[in-house]
Every structure is written in structure tokens, then in C-alpha cells.
Write a protein of this length. Structure first.
Length: 457
């Protein structure tokens, strides 16, 4: 579909539609054309236009397959809070023998993690096909699994694809290799695709993601810049570059690209949330807060529970740092109502808010409750210790870390650099050297973060 958007045929369709909108005469477009336009505008972040086009297609061509399939997919992905369940739209399709109807029903199962049932239906369908149709069917199925990052299933279905020169085959193969940590092999595939189509922004975006995953951050940023040069309004490329800059600690520049992403994709909270995170990393807490509040509005409108949890957590810490304890506790309460995050983790966050605002007794009660209810779970002990450390109570943090290290398995890697820093600040140099040696062996990245200020001196 990405290549279709760049084709002369689609450009003519888009121009005809935009001219019709400007003149106000509406124009005539068939169901498939309206669906193609809706998918294009959805990918550009113009969701109001997307929904309007699909509603027009469904009203004008009742029972038509493609607009109802796309509306079902958008409902499945929770793109619009007021949509019905995806099955509601599929039930309206007249031609239920259409392969697109079948794909859509299976996609619902894949999205809902009913993977074995979906695979059984797909294998049944493949057994009914003529031999000449198997290649296209297997590739379509593999691409659907790829859309949901079910790469083991995608890889399985690629085995039935005979045309391995197909660009869609290669692109998915590159993604599968990246998912297995085979970044060099994945990068080679995307470079090969780019050699054959150097103006394909999607290929540059895939390459950028693969390079990012392989920790080649500078290369990833460069690839994103090629994509942006091809299409300055490419949301994926803009976000990829922002993420690369953020990873390098270039928060000032990263914020500019997250701002641009927010402009290009105004219904998504990511741009506002990460602008806030950039500002927080630069200790600009007051400036970060309006971005967090905007992000909260967006996730609330989309009824995105996990997104709400992430935003409310950052808001809680930001309000707390600014001394607005009641606002911070309200955010914790909102997270509690979402029932997404573990209650013991929420008690740690609540304890952190109290401790940062000098409500020592209330903080200790929250920490005790979290540790007791979790039966001294290592993950909760670690979170308590880090919270206490961040609030400057180094002696208490050291004591919690000691309890933690007595309960963790041999392959536990977190917290040793924190413990080393505690001991260093407390003047316990033998203990400092002991835990630093462990940390350098188990988690050198944590050492780098914990002692970055000293290394820069």
C-alpha cells in the first residue's frame, strides 16, 4: 500500500478528491477509492477525514467489503473510541466469500491473541486453494502476522512463499531477522531494498528502526533524515529521528522533533509525552507539565488505559517534584482505578510522593505495605530502594538494597551500581569497591548512569 500512495494513479485520485473538496461539489468516488483515501489520511494522522470518508463509503455503498474491513480494523485497534466492536462492521459485508472478509475475521483473532485458532483457520483455507494461489495467500497471511509482530507465525508462513524476490517478502524477512537480534542481516536486506528503490521512505524507516535496535544510533538518525528528505511530513521518520536524538541524550534537539511529530500526529499522545520527558531530563519541570497534561487529555479521549498509566505516572513524579503533593496523589489514584499496574508498585509510587514531600511516616507505611503484600518481591524491593535513593535517604536505601541482594537469584543484575554509589557517598569505601566490582561485571550500563556525573568532572 505504501508504494501505491507514491504511484501516479493514487496521486491523481488524491488530486481529484482534494479538488472536489475545494469546489464543494463532492465528486464521485467508488467504495475502494474512498477506502484508499481513508487509509492514506489515517496514515497521515488526519483521523477526522479518515472517519468521514469511511462513513461516506459505507452509507453510499452499503455492504461493500473494503470500507467495512478498514472500519473493522480501526475498531480493532481502538483508533476511535466511539466505534462498535469490529465484528459489527464485518457482519454488514454482503460478499462473505471475499478473501478480504476472511482475512479480517482471522486478523481479529490474531489481535486478540487467539493465535492457534487463527492458524488452524488459515491452514484449512490454504488446503482449499489451487496451487497457484498458495504463494500470494501465504505472503498475505505472513504480512498480517507481521503487522501484529507475531514474528514466529510470520516466519512460519513465509516458508510457503516461493517468490522470495518479492519486495514485501524481503521487507518482512528483514523485520523477522531484526526481531531475532540478527541486525546486521536485517540491515543488509533493507539496504538491498533501498538500492532497488532509493526513494522509498518506508524502506528508509525500516532501516532506521533496525539500526536503532542494533544500537547504531547515529546511522539510524541518518537514515531517518533521508526519509524526511523524501517526505518532510513522514510521521514515522520524524519519530525515529526524535527517538535517536533522545537515546543520545540530545534532549534539546529531540524535543524539536517530538514537537514536529505532535503536529503531524495530533491525536497521538507520544509527541507531547516525550516532549515532557526531554524537558524533565533537562530539569525543566514547570515547562514539562503542560505537555503532560495535553498527553493526558489525548489518552483519556482515546480511552487508552496503558497510555494513561504511563502519562499519569510521569505526571505524579513531576507534580511531586514541584511540591504539588495532592495533584501527584490524584494521579496515583487515577492509576489505581485503571487496574493496569500492580497495586504494590502503586504503593511504592505513593510512598515516593510522600517521601519527596517530607511526609516521612506516611512514606514508610506505603513502602512497608508494598513490601509486605508482595512478600518481599525482589522487583518491589528494588523499586523501594531506588525511590528512597532518589529522595536522598542513602542510608535507608543501602539497607533496602542489602535485603534485596539477600533474596535475588545469581543472575540478578539491577541495583549493584546504586549500592556502590550509596556506599561511596556514605564513606564506606570497602563496601563501595565490593559492589562496584559486582556492578561492572553484571550491569556496566547501570554503572555508567550512576557515576556519569563523576566521570564528567
Amino acid at each position: 500500500m505504501d508504494k501505491y500512495y507514491q504511484s501516479q494513479r493514487f496521486r491523481e485520485l488524491l488530486q481529484r478528491y482534494e479538488e472536489a473538496e475545494q469546489t464543494g461539489n463532492g465528486g464521485f468516488f467508488d467504495a475502494d477509492e474512498l477506502t484508499d483515501l481513508a487509509e492514506y489520511y489515517h496514515n497521515q494522522g488526519f483521523d477526522t477525514i479518515t472517519k468521514s470518508l469511511l462513513e461516506r463509503a459505507i452509507y453510499t455503498f452499503p455492504g461493500s467489503t473494503m470500507p467495512l474491513v478498514l472500519m473493522s480494523r480501526l475498531a480493532l485497534m481502538d483508533e476511535f473510541p466511539d466505534l462498535e466492536e469490529p465484528e459489527y462492521y464485518l457482519d454488514q459485508i454482503i460478499d462473505k466469500a471475499d478473501i478480504e472478509y476472511f482475512y479480517a475475521t482471522v486478523e481479529i483473532k490474531i489481535a486478540r491473541k487467539e493465535l492457534e485458532e487463527a492458524n488452524f483457520l488459515l491452514e484449512e483455507k490454504m488446503d482449499e486453494l489451487e496451487e497457484d494461489d498458495v504463494n500470494d495467500f501465504a505472503l498475505d497471511v505472513a504480512l498480517i502476522y507481521g503487522d501484529y509482530e507475531e514474528f514466529d507465525y510470520a516466519d512460519h508462513w513465509l516458508q510457503f512463499v516461493s517468490d522470495t524476490s518479492n519486495p514485501d517478502y524481503k521487507e518482512l524477512k528483514g523485520r523477522i531477522l531484526a526481531s531475532k537480534g540478527m541486525f546486521q542481516e536485517s540491515e543488509a536486506i533493507f539496504n538491498e531494498l533501498i538500492d532497488s528503490d532509493p526513494y522509498s521512505a518506508p524502506y528508509w524507516n525500516r532501516l532506521a528502526k533496525t539500526q536503532f535496535m542494533g544500537n547504531k544510533i547515529h546511522d539510524s538518525i541518518t537514515s531517518s533524515e533521508y526519509s524526511i528528505a523524501i517526505n518532510p511530513n513522514d510521521t514515522e521518520a520524524t519519530l525515529n529521528k526524535a527517538n535517536g536524538l533522545y537515546c543520545l541524550g540530545n534532549y534539546e534537539e529531540a524535543q524539536k522533533y517530538y514537537q514536529r511529530y505532535a503536529e503531524l500526529n495530533p491525536t497521538n499522545e507520544t509527541g507531547e509525552l516525550f516532549q515532557a520527558l526531554c524537558l524533565l531530563n533537562m530539569d525543566r519541570f514547570e515547562e514539562a507539565l503542560p505537555h503532560l497534561e495535553l498527553a493526558a487529555e489525548k489518552v483519556e479521549q482515546m480511552q487508552n488505559s496503558r497510555g494513561q498509566q504511563e502519562v499519569y505516572m510521569e505526571m505524579a513524579f513531576t507534580y511531586s517534584h514541584l511540591g504539588r503533593m495532592q495533584n501527584a496523589l490524584q494521579c496515583v489514584q487515577k492509576m489505581l482505578r485503571l487496574k493496569v499496574i500492580d497495586r504494590n508498585e502503586l504503593m511504592v509510587i505513593k510512598g515516593h510522593v510522600y517521601l519527596e514531600n517530607n511526609r516521612f511516616d506516611e512514606a514508610i507505611e506505603c513502602f512497608k505495605q508494598a513490601m509486605y503484600d508482595s512478600e518481599l518481591s525482589p522487583s518491589i524491593l528494588f523499586k523501594v530502594a531506588v525511590s528512597v535513593f532518589d529522595c536522598g535517604y542513602l542510608g535507608m536505601a543501602r539497607n533496602v538494597f542489602k535485603v534485596l541482594f539477600n533474596r535475588v537469584p545469581d543472575d540478578w543484575t539491577e541495583g549493584y551500581a546504586y549500592m556502590a554509589r550509596c556506599c561511596y557517598e556514605l564513606g564506606e569505601m570497602d563496601e563501595y569497591r565490593k559492589y562496584l566490582a559486582i556492578a561492572e561485571e553484571k550491569n556496566p550500563d547501570e554503572v555508567k548512569n550512576m557515576f556519569a556525573d563523576m566521570n564528567n568532572q
